[in-house]
Design a protein around this ligand. Sequence first.
Ligand SMILES: Nc1ncnc2c1ncn2[C@@H]1O[C@H](COP(=O)(O)OP(=O)(O)O)[C@@H](O)[C@H]1O
Ligand SMILES: [Mg+2]
Length: 372
Amino acid sequence: MSVANARPCLETPRPLSAEHTELHPELNRAHVRFIGVSKTYSGARVAALQGIDLAIQHGEVFGIIGRSGAGKSSLIRTINRLEQPTHGRVLIDQVDIGGFDEDRLVELRRRIGMIFQHFNLMSAKTVWQNVELPLKVAGVPKEQRQRKVRELLELVGLQDKHKAYPAQLSGGQKQRVGIARALVHDPQILLCDEATSALDPETTQSILGLLRQINQRLGLTIVLITHEMAVIREVCDRVVVLEQGRIVEQGPVWEVFGNPRHEVSRTLLAPLQQALPQELQSRLQAQPPSADAAAVLRLQFTGTGREEADLAALFSALGGRVRLLHGGIERIQGHGLGQLLLAVSGSSWGVEELRQRAGNWAQQVEVLGYVV
Ligand SMILES: Nc1ncnc2c1ncn2[C@@H]1O[C@H](COP(=O)(O)OP(=O)(O)O)[C@@H](O)[C@H]1O
Ligand SMILES: [Mg+2]
């Protein structure tokens, strides 16, 4: 992870003007910028992308999430012009790539590496040959090719496998070959379209570690599509949520994960949210069943608090007996996010007062019901 952690959500960019340039210097330093990008495939009735305005900064790991068919692949493929927008412009380092001829496109695609879910390796070629091929195509002299392939196989940890064929490799090893191949021309941008989706969780972790290392050591900007929210949480600085070709939400990962505002983001993030334990859910009652029943409070921490909750102070403000039923805090980009479920009994405060008092520590507080 690098830069842009603290960068606020960018405003919708408009076409450049002198005044605009002064007001939004971050847009003019953007590595990749989409201005009003729309895409309708020929024969399609609905647009795959509609009016996308977005800026991705240098050195950022930028995540794109959304349901299947939301337009994620279409969007990422406009960056290296595997797809041409129907309307709007894509700028790489402030240069509009829309009018590039074949030669400039070849050069552009060397500056932008890409990796895929199914690796796209040549099965009849060895690991070494797979990585070497794009260098051969580019006419790079043999000695230089050998140096580069050796260096990259070392970077991805496959120096011992250079003679192996793809069929002899695990999924994680195949993706390492894909990554090495994507880096042969020292690109400034790496596009990853569901690059860990075919891998088991442990292998995913090791590939993410490698991507993070590449981002930090080589300073690459990484644009990453995934349907696995844990991947976004693990490596991304900022994230955008697409729905039916439009941006519905964007921001730093901790902010979107801590307080998702759009229904689609909430649905996507639901598997990461801690659900109420079944056993507790079944014991919850809407009204206090007896005088000594405990009120169950859910305290949500969205990462915007200036410091960690002082539990002793919180418990003493609630009064009575406070028991911790469930919950925890995780840290994303230095922000504590999570929830605590507390059962409060014997307090002299009513539930509304309890809710308000807890609100001094947590960003959202709900009274879920009562348990005995
Ligand atoms: N080559 C294509 N021709 C026609 N329609 C396409 C093509 N590629 C994608 N689409 C359509 O565009 C929409 C967005 O697709 P895509 O960008 O692949 O979404 P995602 O990657 O989020 O699943 C979908 O409705 C899909 O069916
Ligand atoms: Mg896709």
